[in-house]
Design a protein around this ligand. Structure first.
Ligand code: FAD
Length: 146
């Protein structure tokens, strides 16, 4: 099985794999409102949790930078404050960055290397959690000889 995500780029020399950089902010503010706005160029989300709120986000194709930037923080805060104005003065707990494992399309297939089967399952971009159950079913079929 190969489920190495973004690392498939180097492991297999697969140049169709690329990072889609995301950044979020964790803030402390007790407002129990969830928002998801997909009407603009980038997705805006506000997710209240037990002890914090998560604000996002950005989606930057080809950007490998794992460090949070103040530019992205300002951009996210601005977008979210337009929805909930109190967020502008909220206490910031931390900024976090993650790289989504982008690919031109998901690679889910079996190949044979020196007569040994290898099932690939990577490149899910920003939908890996959503797709995981269906992909896992397909992987099982391939492993069982499908
Ligand atoms: C910012 C961000 C936003 C996201 N938003 C969404 C969303 O809105 N909806 C959604 O459904 N999903 C979302 N996701 C999840 C995303 O789609 C992927 O599912 C998630 O990033 C995990 O991908 P993965 O399992 O392919 O790779 P990874 O979690 O990176 O797993 C790869 C694993 O392979 C291992 N590995 C690498 N190389 C080797 C090697 N040579 N040998 C052995 N092991 C190796 C690594 O250690 C790692 O454990 C988001 C992810 C991020 C980062």
């Amino acid at each position: 099985m190969n489920c190495t995500g973004l690392d498939s780029r180097d492991l297999l020399g697969d140049n169709d794999v690329y990072p889609i950089r995301g950044q979020i902010i964790r803030v402390r503010l007790d407002i129990k409102e969830m928002h998801l706005d997909q009407q603009h160029e980038t997705l805006t989300y506000i997710v209240p949790r037990a002890n914090d709120m998560v604000l996002g986000g950005v989606a930057q194709d080809g950007n490998w930078n794992l460090e949070p930037t103040s530019k992205d923080r300002d951009f996210i805060l601005q977008k979210c404050s337009n929805i909930i104005p109190e967020l502008e003065g909220a206490e910031i707990i931390e900024d976090l960055v993650g790289l989504r494992p982008g690919r031109t399309e998901v690679r889910l297939e079996k190949e044979h290397i020196q007569d040994r089967p290898l099932v690939h399952n990577y490149g899910h971009g920003d939908s890996g959690v959503t797709l995981s159950w269906g992909c896992a079913d397909e992987v099982v079929e391939l492993v069982n000889g499908g």
